[in-house]
Structure formats: C-alpha cells, structure tokens
Design a protein around this ligand. Sequence first.
Ligand SMILES: [Fe+2]
Length: 281
Amino acid sequence: MSSIWHNVIDTDEARQALEAAKASEDQPADQIDVDSMVITQHYDRYSDDDHEVWSILFKRRMEQLEKDASNVFLDGLRVINLKEDGVPDLREVNANLARMTGWQSRGVPGYLPAKSFFAFLAKRQFPTTITVRPKNSMDYLPEPDIIHDVFGHVPLHADPVFADFLQTYGQAALHTNDPYHTERLARLFWFTVEFGLIREDGRLKLYGSGLISSDGEGRHALQSDEVERRPFEMERVCDTSFEIDHYQPILYVLDSFEQLRDAMNSYAEKLLSEPAGTAKR
Ligand SMILES: [Fe+2]
C-alpha cells in the first residue's frame, strides 16, 4: 500500500495500525478496538505541493458546489471551517465537529476491513485517509485521499440528522453477519453516502462524497441524459447493484435527510432486534 509511505505518516505507526486492522477481521464485533487502527496526522509534514493540490481542487470544486451542492453540505463546510488555503488540520476539524454532533474524523492508514470501518461509524468516528494525491494525478485517484474523505465526506457529519443516520448505519452493519444484509447495506452506502442526490428548493443537489469530490462525476450526475434519477425508496435502493469503474448510470434522490434517517432507523430496528445474522428478510 503506497499511502503508508507518505511523508505525513509515521511508517512504524502505520504498520502497526495496518496489522491491527488485519487482526480485527477475526475479532467479534464488540471487541474491535478502533483506537489501535488510528494514526497521527503529522500536520507540519505536509509539503507545499500537498497544500497546493488541496487548494487547486477546493477552488475548482467550489465553482460548481456553491450552486449545485446541498445546503447541508455547504453549511457543514463552513462550520468545520474547511478553507481553500491548504490541507485541513483534523484537530481543528474535530474541535468544530465535537461542538455540533460529537463526530470525529480519525486518521487511518488506508482501507479498513468492513467490520472495522463499521465499528468506527458506530462510535461516531470517521476513518479518514490523511494523505494527499500526487500533483500528477490530481484529477483521478482510484483510492480515497484527504480530499475525498474530508472535503467529500466530513462536512455532512456536522449535520445532526445525517450524523445520526451514519451512526445507526454503522451499528446495523456491525451487528449483522448475514451476507444478504451486508450486501444491501453496502448498496445503501453507495447510493447515499457516496453518490447521493437530494432535492432542495425544487432543484437537484449533490451530497454524496463521490459527486462532491469529483468534477466529472458531479457534473455528470446533474447534467447527463444518460443518468436515471430515481426517487429514494429504501427497498429499491437495497435491491440495486452498482458498478464502480465508470460514471453512475443510476442515482437516487432524497426528499430530505430525515427521510434517510427514518428509513435507516426502521431497517436497523429490524436488524438489531434479532441475534446477529438471523434477521428476517
Ligand atoms: Fe467515500
């Protein structure tokens, strides 16, 4: 994994965190220790290039987002004080989030096994990539970096309704051992957290991080005739499979984040009322 060699990451700490993440795959859900997978963001080690990449992409995306992003996203961006000047310091982001919803954004050394990822969410913590994509692949990076994770995801965590939804999602996903439900929950995440649209003031707006953090995806989602934009309906979303390697042909549109939270609460109630893995279908 290339990201653990980034200059802001302490290599030994990252190695230990990766080992802990790997070991967590075999642990019971309630024994997963998320702290063991966290790494320090050595903020003073970001290079001038890192700050410049953040700054260029921030400015470029805000041109569209000022008019096309959900108000909830834009409010969150201001509350957590993300700025175009440079890479955000998670200590500042977290001080602001703590005040709003109690969510925290915590550095991790790359992809985590699914259960560990859910264990973070269940505790109102977001596992966050802290590296910055290289300047020579500014427009496309297959794996998440701090621009996708913090710019794309974290502003919504300042919203109390979305904050509750995401925690409930984590609790439900952590609880179930049934591959049927795990797959449905992965689809829900994809069509909301990653690629969700919402209707606000009679217009379609972006809120999914994949649309927020990517110029191409963001414009395609709103403008292309090839996208089928369906009203959000929980069962239908969970029945829809997705493909990851091209622009999304199907997107789901929320009426409000309350709609998402309420649908998640009902689903979670069903899953959590049964012993792990035995929820009725
Ligand atoms: Fe993401």
